[in-house]
Design a binder for this molecule. Structure first.
Ligand code: SPV
Ligand code: MG
Length: 431
């Protein structure tokens, strides 16, 4: 009996999937590959039900003979093992990053004479509605909020990119690249105080208040599903911080990072060029503890950000604070540095990890941007935040276009620097 294999990466079965299965059945015994959670995440398809439930769902379909787990999105692990006579797939993977996977599958099949069968891709109102419903489910506070905790367990390192508007949120949500046969995407979104302030033409000194920050978060949430980490500056007064925790938790933010500075906070990248004061361990611990006490779900997290290395107060001070903040209830530690190499970050992470294997470690490699995610992961880092790159990419491009129009008294010369609007709006979903 011949076999026909198809890979599923869905939580809901619709008409399109049934068509693929019907075609598969014509060719032999039907085997479904359930793509693993880890691979689904890299594929930008976050699962709303766990793998074992997806397997049960696929097994319950009448014409399915067997379900196996597929651990690699480019079929590397599964085709040589299962050696299906046919791989059946929709015909919607010939362009863009998906084409690489298709070509790779054809190569794998050619090695033993297997064949690829393609079925016209089903796109109708029902299919669109099912996809939209899944997306909306993921954007609901109860799903979004817990997603960061799940990702920390599932991903080698949680890749987080800054967003400060609906449009940058869409870039964080939808950008997928193919590299060496693997797809990649960002896992989470950072709402930076620096970029949120800069976007409003304001300095990063806690001038943009929480109501305005919430507006930015809401704009991002409207168009995304990925978990959000908020840069909460110093957290402000403890008496206010506890109320803000409740609000953030209720709207579905996953974590807030507060930094152990006090008074008029200035951006860390200024380091010791400006006067900045670190809070006492005691004060900051009581702010963390009050925040943890205010929180209502087990999903929300408070990360404590240590500024000892930024303010040149030494490694020992950083480590002492890390111990105290964890003891006070912090779910994670963000250690910051403005060195151009990652050595002091590595030293901190190694020393911290030798004492504490579990607490989440977060870093922001803006100045030491030569460091790779692999290196950070080896030193025990769980979350990497690319804190301001989208804004820094946009600003020079906008300035150049403005200057070109002024110099030429028309927009023609600027046009070659500009993306057609119809390409930009492909990011925007219609309802
Ligand atoms: C931010 O993005 O606002 C941060 C990170 O706090 S940093 O700018 O590096 O201080
Ligand atoms: Mg900040």
């Amino acid at each position: 009996m011949r076999t026909a294999y198809t890979c599923f990466c869905t939580d809901v079965i619709h008409e399109g999937h049934l068509k693929v299965l019907k075609e598969a059945k014509k060719h032999g015994r039907v085997i479904i590959g359930a793509l693993s959670d880890e691979e689904l995440i890299r594929y930008n398809k976050y699962p709303t039900i766990p793998l074992d439930e997806r397997i049960k769902l696929y097994r319950s379909i009448k014409c399915v003979d067997k379900v196996v787990v597929q651990n690699s999105m480019n079929y590397d692990d599964v085709i040589p093992r299962v050696k299906p006579d046919y791989v059946v797939h929709g015909d919607n993977w010939s362009n863009g990053y998906k084409a690489t996977i298709r070509n790779h599958v054809i190569e794998l099949l050619e090695e033993y004479g297997g064949k690829l069968v393609e079925v016209p891709y089903t796109i109708n109102e029902d299919v669109i509605k099912t996809d939209l419903r899944l997306k909306h489910k993921l954007s609901m506070p109860e799903y979004r909020r817990k997603r960061l905790r799940d990702l920390i367990k599932m991903c080698p390192i949680v890749k987080t990119i800054e967003a400060h508007s609906g449009l940058t949120g869409l870039i964080a949500e939808k950008t997928v690249v193919e590299n060496n046969g693997k797809l990649d995407q960002f896992d989470a979104i950072w709402v930076s105080s620096l970029c949120d302030s800069t976007d409003r033409g304001k300095p990063d000194i806690e001038l943009v208040d929480m109501s305005a920050r919430l507006r930015t978060i809401s704009d991002i949430m409207e168009v995304t599903t990925k978990p959000i980490i908020l840069d909460g500056d110093t957290g402000g007064l403890t008496e206010h911080f506890v109320y803000n925790i409740r609000t953030l938790e209720r709207i579905g933010v996953s974590a807030v990072i507060i930094e152990d500075k006090t008074g008029l906070k200035k951006n860390s990248l200024f380091g010791t060029e400006v006067i900045q004061k670190q809070d006492s361990i005691e004060n900051f611990c009581s702010k963390i503890a009050a925040g943890k006490k205010a929180q209502l779900t087990d999903d929300f997290m408070i990360f404590a950000r240590i500024e000892s290395l930024i303010l040149e107060n030494g490694m020992d001070d950083a480590l002492e604070r890390a111990r105290a903040y964890v003891e006070a209830g912090a779910d994670g530690i963000m250690i910051h540095s403005r060195q151009t190499d990652p050595n002091e970050i590595f030293e901190f992470c190694d020393k911290f990890r030798s004492e504490d294997k579990n607490t989440t470690l977060v870093v922001v490699p803006t100045s030491y941007n030569c460091v790779t995610e692999d290196e950070l992961e080896k030193h025990g880092v769980n979350i990497v935040i690319y804190a301001n790159q989208l804004m820094r990419a946009a600003f020079p491009a906008m300035k150049k276009a403005a200057e070109s129009i002024l110099v030429n008294h028309r927009a023609l010369e600027a046009d070659e620097m500009l993306m057609p609007f119809k390409d930009i709006i492909t990011l925007i979903d219609e309802l």
